[in-house]
Design a protein around this ligand. Structure first.
Ligand code: EPZ
Length: 421
């Protein structure tokens, strides 16, 4: 079993480089199914979710090759209409994007119900609403979703009851070849939605409004392959900003688009930590003294839910009390029990956590139960007294490429240990 061993108390200084955005790369990788050719993708983070998506495409007949640390060639010409292997699909939420892609290319899809990090209920009713809004017939057969386009999808106006990233992605992909125009209302506005639209438009699609809550997709007859560079990972960047603030020091977080992080930057500045924004990097300066704050997570451009656990870890060390209200995932608080093993004082009431700051955390043996919870435990351990052992590294590796190596590069004492069990 793999675990991180972290010795706390070391300040962080220097440059840390952010990889490509996992949650932008995944929709784009599945969208390659639409163009039946050889796509070249750059700045792809080689995290386990990406490796899994490559295995899923290979299982469908695509040729997928990693040509460097972050370049990928995906040739989808030989993909045939078939059901993707359940043992792959069931491990990752993003495999739902297969439905939209196979439906658009073949007029049919059969995909096992998705897995992914467990924050409690992760419905796909808005995905289904979108497919049906395009005229597809949806049924559930033996734990798999079956979609049938009949005589072909027809564009329509689809209002999302929740500004769902996944549903917005799936409807955008499914509607690329639909007759007429599709309008997605109350669409998710995350930067990865814009990245997907930019990729599809470069392949010949006709999409406008991505990044706003109203997206229009004018159906086209076919797409051609293209070369594309994935945007930097805003959540990895935010994670490094919070790590620098918590451990103390002066760190330049490089290879980023600062505009994607304005909410995180603003909230960090509210704590009193030094944050300077430049064209493609942000400098965080911290003397370990910062104030508690109030956070409410909300769809982009609100405060990202995927930064909630990391801020909780930091705010354990703040002066004063903080509160975090979680507006997206009811199951997001699973990191709290692990932080409490390190001495954190956190009370949960409904969808809010109240964090009593100012208590020194002590290194402990803890376990990551999801991707961002794992990142939060690493952050807490960086500033804790003594040594921590963090299991569940496989969750962290879903979204962070070489996290330990990157943090060691700015002075952290963190090592990956694999006891082979
Ligand atoms: C994406 O998940 C991300 N995953 C998540 O990041 C992220 O937390 C989430 O968006 C919110 O930003 C990927 O991009 C692979 P949603 P997704 O559909 O698409 C409700 C990480 O840490 N909803 O935007 O599954 C849902 O219950 C991961 O990188 C419905 O009600 O999230 C939730 O309350 C974890 N019906 C809200 O919408 C639906 O059909 C947002 O979910 C779909 C969603």
């Amino acid at each position: 079993m793999k675990k991180f061993v972290v010795r706390g108390g070391f300040r962080l200084n220097g440059d840390i480089y952010v990889s490509g955005m996992k949650n932008a790369a995944l929709p784009i990788i599945f969208a390659c199914i639409l163009n039946k050719g050889k796509n070249i993708l750059h700045n792809v983070p080689w995290v386990s979710d990406i490796m899994l998506s490559a295995d899923i495409l290979r299982a469908l007949g695509a040729k997928v090759e990693r040509t460097s640390d972050d370049d990928m060639i995906i040739d989808t010409e030989s993909i045939v209409s078939q059901c993707a292997p359940y043992e792959y699909v069931s491990k990752m939420r993003a495999s739902t994007y297969l439905i939209g892609a196979m439906l658009a290319r073949f007029g049919e899809a059969m995909v096992g119900m998705p897995g992914g990090c467990d924050f409690g209920d992760r419905p796909i009713d808005q995905h289904v609403k979108g497919f049906e809004g395009l005229g597809a017939k949806i049924s559930f057969v033996d734990g798999s979703l079956r979609a049938d386009a009949g005589d072909g999808l027809v564009g329509g106006s689809i209002y999302l009851d929740a500004a769902s990233v996944g549903a917005t992605v799936n409807i955008m992909i499914a509607s690329v070849f639909a007759k007429g125009t599709t309008v997605i209302l109350n669409a998710a506005c995350e930067p990865h939605i814009a990245d997907l639209a930019n990729f599809l438009n470069r392949c010949g699609a006709d999409i406008c409004g991505a990044g706003t809550n109203k997206i229009k997709i004018h159906g086209v007859s076919e797409l051609h392959p293209c070369e594309y560079t994935i945007s930097p990972d805003m959540i990895e960047a935010g994670t490094f900003m919070v790590a620098a603030a918590t451990a103390g020091g002066c760190v330049n977080i490089r290879n980023i688009i600062p505009e994607h992080l304005e909410t995180v930057t603003a909230k960090l500045a509210e704590t009193g930590v030094g944050v300077e924004v430049f064209d493609d990097y942000i400098t965080v300066t911290s003397n370990n003294k910062f104030r508690g704050v109030t956070i409410k997570t909300w769809p982009y451009p609100g405060f990202p839910t995927d930064m909630h656990p990391q801020f909780s870890a930091m705010l354990c060390y703040a002066e004063g009390i903080s509160t975090i209200s979680e507006g997206i995932w009811e199951g997001r608080f699973r990191y709290v029990s692990e932080l409490k093993k390190m001495g954190a004082m956190i009370d949960i009431s409904g969808n809010s956590a109240r964090i009593m700051g100012g208590l020194p955390l002590v290194g402990a043996t803890v376990g990551a139960m999801d991707l961002r919870a794992g990142a939060a435990l690493v952050i807490a351990a960086l500033a804790a007294k003594g040594t921590s052992e963090i299991s569940g590294v496989e969750y962290i590796e879903r979204g962070y490429y070489e996290l330990d190596k990157k943090l060691r590069g700015i002075g952290a004492e963190i090592y990956l240990v694999d006891d082979g069990q």
